[in-house]
Design a protein around this ligand. Structure first.
Ligand SMILES: C[S@@+](CC[C@H](N)C(=O)[O-])C[C@H]1O[C@@H](n2cnc3c(N)ncnc32)[C@H](O)[C@@H]1O
Length: 215
């Protein structure tokens, strides 16, 4: 069992501004632990986490990939999250390039079709639309109608960014209508699977995995 990354440099005060790792984060870690064999076989040259928050997930993935030469990118819309990710990378001796941006702005067209491993624990909570789009800690959860507003904005980027062999993982809850998301992605040319599910209080969490449908 791989240890959870060291986050001891982040204090209570930091979590007033940055998403504190929670059940969804830990389910993501467990899913990646189950996927170790696949990830090692994949040998990603470039990985990208969207919305890295504390940096916990990318530090964990960095440990799985070990000394490989994978170039690891993260983005976050929240400047304090970007700083936290940088700190976590340093604390865990994982090298990461963090970009403070909206979703993947600035990465296209440069990284078009080049990302072998991409993952996103998005803001998935159902909220009024007006709450979506903050650059502060609310950005961590405010997902708008059906918790899908940020997710739906992001989905079209997956086919543009992922390499031919690439895989994309995403956290969703039941209310996000996972089957509908899988159908949208199927129409974009992706097979999907549920890597992990867990009940966390009243939330049913899923980790979805997408890979391009074989020609
Ligand atoms: C649920 S939190 C997940 C944080 C971390 N990855 C984890 O699993 O603990 C969602 C993260 O996405 C970021 N985020 C929300 N909307 C975003 C956007 N449009 N572009 C980039 N990052 C965004 C938030 O700031 C937050 O850090």
């Amino acid at each position: 069992m791989l240890p959870t990354p060291d986050l001891s440099h982040l204090k209570r005060k930091d979590y007033e501004f940055v998403y504190e790792p929670a059940e969804d984060t830990f389910l993501f870690l467990d899913a990646f632990e189950d996927e170790v064999y696949f990830l090692k076989e994949l040998q990603p040259a470039i990985s990208l986490e969207i919305g890295s928050g504390s940096g916990c997930v990318t530090a964990f993935v960095g440990k799985i990939l070990g000394e490989s030469s994978c170039l690891k990118y993260c983005t976050d819309i929240n400047p304090k999250a970007a700083r936290a990710t940088q700190g976590t990378a340093k604390q865990n001796k994982v090298s990461v390039d963090i970009i403070e941006t909206h979703l993947v702005s600035g990465l296209l067209p440069r990284l078009e079709g080049q990302i072998d491993l991409m993952y996103f624990n998005p803001p998935y909570v159902l909220t009024p639309s007006e709450e979506v789009g903050s650059h502060s800690v609310e950005a961590a959860w405010a997902g708008g109608i059906d918790g899908r507003e940020v997710i739906d904005e992001f989905l079209p980027y997956i086919k543009r960014l992922l390499s031919v062999k690439g895989a994309f993982y995403m956290v969703v809850v039941n209310e996000n209508k996972p089957d509908e998301i899988r159908e949208i992605m199927k129409n974009d040319g992706f097979d999907s699977s549920v890597v992990k599910t867990r009940l966390a209080g009243r939330e049913k969490l899923f980790i979805l995995k997408f890979v391009r449908t074989a020609a």
